[in-house]
Design a protein. Structure first.
Ligand code: FAD
Length: 637
């Protein structure tokens, strides 16, 4: 199959306008005849459901949690990018586009990224109009701060709670449509299959997480906005319910999975403290605006930070990258932190931490100013570590945070299954091999508020409407398979808990497919995952019944999928014989230990096709063509 990204012709700045004009429209009176399923109520799904319903479509929206408001997006802290150029510091659509393509180490699609930059300003207008309480300057203008990989301030924020405030905005818009009867909301449902009839996505099968019932829903198109899969690593900054199940099961039905090995490791997280932990906590990148990263100059220096004089500290990011300093992109900052710790300069009990120090900023701006910007983050840090970051530096270490890989989509955000659209973190589209901070919220909301409302209309208008009901045998076949899968999990009655397997998988992924990788380790990981999956199928213990609220059963299904998907990540990492962004293969690095790309052989999206249980997936390549940005070795010096 040839992958057609359907990138419109013409100059990059005109592509989206021309494309929108070229898309067929659904007559307003006809929109009410269409049913659309949206899975997920984070920023991508919440905004898509509200926008599609506002247009007149009938929307059925599903989420795992008891309320759409509890989607993982609520956790986003630092901010959302937009090229408004309020600061007059040189920003523009072009600069946001360029920074994002460069930040992603030239592994994203130019046309998508330019569109994202173009739409970024609309998002801020939409959200401000909804009442999202963005921080403001003294004069009333919305305030901006800086994030990694950019030399302009373009990040809009609401203290350290930007995701929460944006989600409340999307949720309000969604609630309005629920009340108007245009959105039917199905909380506590887990999508376990997408139903494909005559090559088109025509519905989903879900498990009601309260009653255990398997339910079927049909539609004219399906939109997946089910978030990222960072929890394949067990420990991550993601919400506990974040998972790969929806996208992985769509993959098994024919949707290609793109760049699964592209994972983002965030440099500023609270370090791991012990084996009992099930969650890691992010300390927002915004803190690197004012916090200075350092380690003791001498390896093994165990003095407390206050006893180490300035002359014996190594502000390694500022020294090595004078142009960007502490605001280098996440992949660069993470690898450097690891490098310092590997040299024995790490701090804290485990030696797996570096300092993020606010002493200079507090001296310069005063404690009140710092508290106003980051107060809730400082409070969170103190609650977790019992250390006061106003008085001593935070200790931070990289942790798994985001996944750039996801289901392959074309310019319309449609997967390789007709009528199956994928939005937000669940798709692979805009961030290449490394996402810049504050760009995920921008992408999720661009997808939901401003792209899908056009492109889904184009799809529906171009296809003859065919009636399909849940009586179709494809729904029964899917429901039966799910039912027997659930029964099988419960019948194993082994000796190890689901979490125990998940933790072991996470260790394998972190050790061999984490911040840095090598061929030998990846091959080993593949075997270890296969063995672990074999053991899971014979020895997992899932207590309780399937006719009840049973979180062990929920988790077992998700971990079963992670155990298959982890292997796909490793296969992808092994195949990409270069280093780029978050994919750092030790065999491919420059003399200065930076990622060394191979543009001649790997300037493509790797899209994997499922070929059947136990069979090798098939690789398809979408070549990446750069007409507006010159491919260069990324440098932040
Ligand atoms: C701690 C933290 C801080 C962050 N801060 C920022 C930031 O400051 N700026 C930024 O740009 N990005 C940030 N990010 C990244 C950003 O928050 C996410 O990428 C983004 O919110 C993802 O949104 P989404 O709508 O795609 O998915 P999510 O918000 O993850 O929503 C997924 C939805 O899908 C549903 N779902 C999942 N699987 C199923 C299923 N099988 N069946 C039914 N429903 C399902 C869930 O119930 C949920 O409603 C942060 C991430 C973390 C972890």
């Amino acid at each position: 199959m040839r992958l057609d990204a359907k990138i419109p012709a013409g100059p990059i700045a005109e592509k989206w306008d021309r494309h929108r004009f070229g898309l067929k429209l659904v007559n307003p009176a006809n929109k009410r005849k269409y049913e659309i399923i949206v899975v997920g109520t984070g920023l991508a799904g919440g905004s898509a459901s509200a926008s599609l319903a506002e247009l007149g479509y009938n929307v059925k929206t599903f989420c795992i949690q008891d309320s759409p408001r509890r989607a993982h997006s609520i956790a986003a802290q630092g901010g959302i990018n937009a090229s408004k150029n309020y600061q007059n510091d040189g920003d523009s659509d072009w600069r946001l586009f360029y920074d994002t393509v460069k930040g992603g180490d030239f592994r994203s699609r130019e046309a998508n990224v330019y569109r994202l930059a173009q739409l970024s300003g609309n998002i801020i207008d939409q959200c401000a109009a909804q009442g999202v309480p963005f921080a403001r300057e003294y004069g009333g203008q919305l305030a901006n701060r800086s994030f990694g990989g950019a030399q302009v301030s373009r990040t809009f924020y609401a203290r350290g709670q930007t995701g929460q405030q944006l989600l409340l905005g999307a949720y309000s818009a969604l609630s309005r449509q629920i009340a108007a009867g245009k959105v039917k909301m199905y909380p506590r449902r887990e999508m376990l299959d997408v139903v494909v009839i005559d090559g088109q996505a025509r519905g989903i099968v879900v498990r009601n997480l309260v009653t255990g019932e398997i339910e079927k829903y049909s539609a004219d198109a399906v939109v997946l906005s089910t978030g990222g899969y960072a929890n394949v690593f067990f420990l991550s900054t993601n919400a506990m319910a974040s998972n790969v199940t929806a996208t992985y099961r769509a993959y098994k039905k024919g949707a290609f999975f793109a760049n699964p090995c592209f994972t983002q490791i965030h440099p500023t997280c609270i370090p791991v403290h012990g084996t009992y932990q099930s969650k890691l906590t992010l300390m927002s990148e915004s803190l690197r605006n004012d916090g200075r990263v350092w380690v003791p100059e001498k390896p093994g220096d165990k003095r407390s930070p206050s006893q180490i004089p300035e002359s014996e500290r190594d502000y390694y990011l500022e020294n090595k990258y004078p142009s960007f300093g502490n605001l280098v992109p996440r992949d660069v900052a993470s690898r450097n932190a690891k490098e310092q710790c590997d040299m024995g300069k790490g701090v804290g009990e485990t030696g797996l931490a570096v300092y993020l120090d606010f002493a200079d900023a507090i001296k310069r701006d005063g404690r009140d100013v710092i508290a106003k910007k980051y107060g809730n983050l400082f409070q969170m840090y103190e609650k977790i570590t019992a250390e006061n970051p106003y008085e001593s530096p935070m200790k931070i270490y990289p942790a798994v945070h985001y996944t750039m890989g996801g289901l392959w989509v074309d310019y319309n955000l449609m997967s390789t299954i007709d009528g199956l659209f994928v939005l937000g973190e669940a798709n692979f589209s805009d961030h290449g091999a490394n996402r810049l901070g504050a760009s995920a919220l921008m992408q999720g909301l661009a997808d939901g508020y401003f792209i899908i409302p056009y492109t889904i209309g184009g799809y529906l208008a171009a296809n003859t409407k065919k009636q399909v009901s849940t009586d179709h045998p494809a729904f029964k076949e899917s429901a039966d398979r799910i039912e027997s899968g659930v029964k099988r999990l419960l019948s194993i009655k082994g000796k190890r808990t689901v979490d125990d397997f998940h933790r072991q998988l996470g260790n394998i992924m972190w050790e061999y497919c984490g911040m840095s990788r090598n061929d030998e380790g990846l091959k080993k990981a593949r075997k270890l995952i296969q063995d672990l999956r074999g053991e899971f199928r014979e020895n997992v213990l899932v207590p309780g019944s399937d006719k009840d609220f049973n979180q062990s059963l929920e988790k077992a299904g998700r971990v079963a999928d992670f155990l298959e998907f982890g292997e796909l990540m490793v296969i992808d990492a092994l195949d990409r014989r270069e280093s780029c962004g978050g994919h750092f293969n030790e065999g491919y690095q420059t003399d200065e230990n930076e990622a060394r790309r191979d543009d001649e052989n790997f300037c493509h999206v790797s899209a994997w096709e499922y070929t059947g249980e136990g069979k090798e997936p098939e690789l398809h390549k979408e070549p990446l063509v750069f007409e507006n940005v010159k491919l260069t070795q990324r440098s932040y010096k």
